[in-house]
Design a protein around this ligand. Structure first.
Ligand code: ADP
Ligand code: MG
Length: 247
C-alpha cells in the first residue's frame, strides 16, 4: 500500500504550551488508522492541522504527494471530517441539517433530495423530523457521519465518533468504517476507548503531545508480550514517562 498522508515533525504550540510535539507518521491508502490517547493528548489538534483547520507551528504535511499547507482548497475536496464536538445544528432537524450542509458543500438540490431519501431507509422517519438536540446521541452521530460522507471523500477523519454512544451503536459505527475501507477509503479514527482500536489496521498512541508508539495491533501484542491494548498502552506511557525523567 502506498502512503497517502505524510506528517513530518509536526508541532503545535498554544503560547508556551506545546499541544503536539514534533510528531511524524504516515497513513497508507486504504487503511484504518486508530489514533488513541487520553483526553488532552493532542488528537484533535493533530487532526485539525492535517485537514487545514489549524496552522501548525512547524512541520510538514503531505497529502497525495502535495504540500497540504499550500494546496488546502484542492485537498478539501477529497477530505471528509467529522468533528468531535456536536457537528450538527442542534435546533435543526436531521433532514434540515443534511439539506443545509449539502448546500454548503455545493451539492446539487436533486442529489441532496436523494440523500434525504437515502437516510430515511436507515433512520426512523420520526427521528429525522426531530431537532438533533433531542435525538439519541448514537443516531446523531450516525447523521453526522452521513453528512461527512455526502461528498464521497477519499480520506476520512473521524474525531471520537463513538464517544458517548452505546456499545451497539459503536459496533454499527465500526461496521460502517469497514464498509468504507472496502470501498478503498482511507480512514483515521480517533478514540479514547482503548478496546476499539483492536479493529484498526494500525494504531498510533499519543500522550501529552508525543507520539509514543505506533504499529499493527498484532505486532504490538508480540512486541510487548501482552494481549490487551490497554496494557500495551499503559506500558508505553510509563516507558515514555521514565524516559522523560531521565532527560
Ligand atoms: P485531545 O483531542 O487528544 O483530547 P486536544 O488536541 O483537543 O486533545 O488538546 C491538546 C491540548 O491542547 C489540551 O491540553 C488542550 O487544552 C490544548 N488546546 C487545544 N486547543 C487549544 C487552544 N485553542 N488554545 C490553547 N490550548 C489548546
Ligand atoms: Mg479531541
Amino acid at each position: 500500500m502506498t502512503d497517502i498522508i505524510h506528517v513530518k515533525n509536526l508541532t503545535k504550540r498554544f503560547g508556551r504550551f506545546t499541544a503536539v510535539n514534533n510528531i511524524s507518521f504516515s497513513i497508507k491508502k486504504g487503511e484504518i488508522l486508530g489514533f488513541i490517547g487520553p483526553n488532552g493528548a493532542g488528537k484533535t489538534t493533530t487532526i485539525k492541522m492535517i485537514i487545514g483547520l489549524l496552522k501548525p507551528t512547524s512541520g510538514d504535511i503531505r497529502i497525495n504527494n502535495t504540500d497540504a499547507l499550500k494546496q488546502e482548497k484542492e485537498l478539501k475536496k477529497i477530505i471528509g471530517y467529522m468533528s468531535q464536538k456536536f457537528s450538527l445544528y442542534p435546533l435543526l432537524t436531521s433532514l434540515e441539517n443534511i439539506t443545509f450542509f449539502g448546500g454548503v458543500m455545493g451539492l446539487q438540490t436533486g442529489f441532496i433530495k436523494n440523500k434525504c431519501e437515502d437516510i430515511k431507509t436507515r433512520v426512523p422517519s420520526s427521528l429525522l423530523h426531530r431537532k438533533t438536540a433531542d435525538i439519541p446521541p448514537g443516531i446523531r452521530q450516525k447523521i453526522a457521519l452521513f453528512v461527512c460522507l455526502m461528498t464521497d471523500p477519499e480520506i476520512i477523519f473521524l474525531d471520537e465518533p463513538t464517544s458517548g454512544v452505546d456499545p451497539e451503536v459503536r459496533r454499527e459505527f465500526w461496521m460502517e468504517i469497514y464498509r468504507l475501507k472496502k470501498k478503498g477509503k482511507t480512514i483515521l479514527v480517533s478514540t479514547h476507548n482503548l478496546d476499539e482500536v483492536e479493529y484498526a489496521d494500525r494504531i498510533l498512541i499519543i500522550h501529552q503531545g508525543n507520539l509514543i508508539l505506533q504499529g499493527e495491533p498484532e505486532s504490538l501484542r508480540e512486541k510487548f508480550g501482552k494481549n490487551s491494548i490497554e496494557e500495551i498502552f499503559k506500558t508505553a506511557i510509563s516507558k515514555h514517562e521514565s524516559n522523560q525523567r531521565r532527560i
